[in-house]
Design a protein around this ligand. Structure first.
Ligand SMILES: Nc1ncnc2c1ncn2[C@@H]1O[C@H](COP(=O)(O)OP(=O)(O)OP(=O)(O)O)[C@@H](O)[C@H]1O
Length: 270
């Protein structure tokens, strides 16, 4: 079966600086991996600067690889127009790190959901307000909320965890096949992180959605992912099924990452 997403020998080089002192930064170097045809949660972990966000940006079509190829459902991803972007975004949706940045503080959050529903691409009759409300409510129910709970609310009237759920609900409205979640719990209160991560597991099972979960947090990655990729300086150093890899990491860098987490967990309280 054709993989949902296939990255083949992908490299991304950024140019930094002006004419004088121009520097080339290889953010991602010869990376290949797949998200399979069956729903899966793939975690990409690694320290800051290892290239995780650059991979997310390429998968979301926000930047193009310098070398290599990305295929979605067997077709090379190439976005040259607004309509191509809209069609692609129907299938692949982002979940951002900071939900407070994803929403304008002066705009009621339900408006985002209605607008997303009403702007869906494709033929057919225009979605009316009632239908948009029904779609918003259905998406909110998938994330453990209801339209009644968020209707008329501004972003600051919701907690970080609730707002991240609304952001995820918004991403669900187009009925995508892949979510790309870049550090989605790092701005959420520690006590609520597991709830969001559990939600990913539910969305995979209930909606058949695949999720790329980019994180620093090995504990949640261990808990929720089927597969894992460990990155260092733009390259994949280890990959495989999440639990065996994290139970028994082979690469010295993976071991160091795990030891850093264990050391933090057992650090004496100050
Ligand atoms: N737009 C850009 N222009 C120039 N360099 C960039 C750009 N985006 C990222 N980089 C560089 O590419 C490298 C990889 O960055 P990237 O943000 O992909 O890593 P990351 O693993 O996601 O890190 P973090 O967890 O801090 O977001 C870094 O050296 C970064 O400075």
């Amino acid at each position: 079966m054709t993989a949902l997403l296939h990255l083949s020998h992908v490299t991304k080089v950024y140019r930094q600086g002006g004419m004088l002192g121009r520097r080339l930064i290889t953010a991602v170097k010869d990376v290949s991996f797949e998200v399979g045809a069956e729903p899966e949660i793939l975690s990409i972990v690694g320290e800051s600067g290892s290239g995780k966000s650059t991979i997310a940006a390429m998968i979301l079509g926000q930047t193009t690889p310098t070398e290599g190829r990305l295929e979605f459902s067997g077709k090379t991803v190439s976005i040259h127009s607004r309509s191509e972007r809209k069609a692609f975004m129907k299938e692949v949706q982002p979940v951002l790190q900071n939900p407070f940045e994803a929403f304008n503080p002066l705009k009621r959050v339900d408006r985002y959901l209605f607008e997303t529903a009403r702007n869906l691409p494709g033929p057919g009759k225009r979605i009316d307000r009632k239908e948009a409300e029904r779609m918003a409510d259905a998406a909110l129910v998938h994330v453990g909320l209801t339209l009644e709970e968020v209707k008329g609310r501004f972003p600051h009237e919701l907690s970080g965890g609730q707002l991240q759920r609304v952001a995820i609900a918004r991403a669900l409205i187009p009925q995508p096949r892949l979510l790309v979640a870049d550090e989605p719990v790092s701005m959420v209160d520690a006590s609520l992180r597991m709830a969001i991560v559990n939600l990913f597991g539910r969305l995979k099972n209930e909606l058949g959605l695949s999720i790329i979960y980019i994180t620093h947090d090995l504990a949640t990655a261990y808990y929720v992912s089927d597969n894992i990729i460990i990155m260092r300086k733009g390259e994949i150093v280890e990959r495989g099924q999440a639990r065996p890899v994290l139970d028994n990491p082979q690469h010295p860098y993976s071991r160091a990452l795990k030891e850093a987490v264990l050391a933090a967990d057992f650090a004496p309280a100050l």
